[in-house]
Design a protein. Structure first.
Length: 333
C-alpha cells in the first residue's frame, strides 16, 4: 500500500472548506477504485484563522479518521503552513494544494500517473492564463518572473503553482532546507528533481475571498528575490562606483571651467542637488544591505518556523477526558 498525504494550508477558509472536503474525498475515492494500492490522509494546517475554520476541522476529524490537522498558535504565513504540512505528512507521496479549489483536485489522478512509475519526482500545474485577476496584478506577476529568472541561477517557471504531487525523496530534500525565511517556489526549483508541468486555465474561487493583497504579493516577491539572488547587492555596489565616476568627472569639469574659462560655478543649487542625489543613493544602498542583514539576523536567532497549539490527536484526547470526567461526575451524584 502507498499512502498519499494531502497537505492543505488554511487561513479563514470557513466558506470553502466543506466544499473542498467534498471534492477531495470524491476524487480520492475514485482514485482508490482505479489504483487499489493507494490510501489517503488529509492534513490540514490551520494558520491562525480568525473564523470558524478550526471548528470545521475538528468536526471533520471526528467524522473521518483520515482527516488530520495542525492548528498554529497564531498566523505564521502560508510558507510556514506548507512546511508544517510537509514535516508532519506520513505519506509515500505528498500533495500540497490550497483549500480554495483554485487548485482543482481533478488533476490528482493525472499527477499520480506521472509520479507513480518514478519517471518524474514531481507533477505540478502551471497557469497559462490569469483570468479573473486585475491587469495591474497580472502585469507585475509576469515582470517578477522575468526579473527573477534574469538575476537568479534558480529558474522559476512563470505561472507554476504550489499545487504539487511529490515523491517522498523530493519532500525529504525540501525538509532539509530548514531556513526561516522561506520562498517555496524557489525551493521547489532549487532542489531539482524531474518535474512534469500540466498547463491549465486559471480557476476562480467558488466562495470566500483571497487573503493575498497586492502589497502582500509585492512583499512576497521581494522575499523571493532576496532569498535566491544577490543581484541587489551588486546593483548597490555598481551605483556606488557610478556615483564616484560622475563626481570625479564633474569635479574636473568644474576646475577646468573655473581656471581656464573663468566661469563662476553656481554654489547653493549645485550643492543642494548633489547632497540630495548622494544622500538618496546612500540610503537606497543602505536599505538593500539592511534587508539582507535583517534576513541573516532572523536566521541566526533560530526561532521555530511555526508553533503548533492543537492537533487532531490532542483534540480527541481532550474530548475523551471531558467525556470521562462527565461520567465520573454522574456516578458521584
Amino acid at each position: 500500500m502507498k499512502l498519499v498525504s494531502v497537505v492543505v494550508p488554511c487561513y479563514n477558509e470557513q466558506e470553502v472548506l466543506p466544499m473542498f472536503y467534498d471534492e477531495i474525498t470524491k476524487v480520492t475515492d475514485q482514485m482508490k477504485a482505479d489504483f487499489p494500492e493507494l490510501s489517503f490522509e488529509y492534513l490540514f494546517v490551520n494558520d491562525g484563522s480568525k473564523d470558524n475554520t478550526l471548528n470545521i476541522l475538528r468536526s471533520l476529524s471526528l467524522k473521518d479518521e483520515r482527516v488530520r490537522y495542525i492548528s498554529f498558535s497564531r498566523n505564521f504565513g502560508k510558507e510556514s503552513g506548507m512546511y508544517a504540512g510537509l514535516r508532519n505528512a506520513k505519506g509515500d507521496f505528498v500533495v500540497v494544494m490550497d483549500a480554495d479549489l483554485q487548485h482543482p483536485p481533478a488533476f490528482l489522478p493525472e499527477m499520480y500517473s506521472y509520479v507513480r512509475n518514478g519517471e518524474y519526482d514531481c507533477a505540478t500545474t502551471r497557469r497559462v492564463s490569469r483570468k479573473g485577476e486585475s491587469k495591474v496584478r497580472s502585469w507585475f506577476a509576469r515582470k517578477f518572473y522575468k526579473i527573477m529568472n534574469k538575476i537568479s541561477q534558480t529558474e522559476i517557471v512563470d505561472g507554476a503553482q504550489d499545487f504539487r504531487f511529490m515523491s517522498r525523496q523530493m519532500v525529504d530534500a525540501i525538509l532539509d532546507m530548514t531556513e526561516y525565511n522561506r520562498f517555496s517556489k524557489g525551493i521547489f526549483s532549487w532542489v531539482g528533481f524531474n518535474t512534469r508541468y500540466i498547463e491549465y486555465e486559471n480557476v476562480e474561487r467558488p466562495a470566500g475571498t483571497t487573503s493575498w493583497s497586492f502589497w502582500g504579493l509585492v512583499k512576497y516577491s521581494l522575499e523571493g528575490i532576496m532569498a535566491f539572488s544577490t543581484a541587489p547587492l551588486a546593483i548597490a555596489s555598481m551605483l556606488g562606483v557610478i556615483s564616484c565616476i560622475i563626481a570625479f568627472v564633474l569635479m574636473i569639469i568644474t576646475v577646468v571651467k573655473t581656471l581656464v574659462f573663468g566661469e563662476e560655478v553656481a554654489g547653493y543649487p549645485t550643492t543642494i542637488c548633489v547632497i540630495f542625489l548622494l544622500s538618496g543613493l546612500q540610503l537606497f544602498c543602505t536599505g538593500i544591505l539592511g534587508q539582507y542583514l535583517s534576513k541573516t539576523y532572523l536566521e541566526t536567532k533560530n526561532r521555530p518556523i511555526y508553533i503548533a497549539k492543537e492537533t487532531e490527536e490532542t483534540y480527541r484526547q481532550r474530548q475523551k477526558e471531558n467525556s470521562a470526567g462527565g461520567e465520573q461526575k454522574q456516578e458521584a451524584r
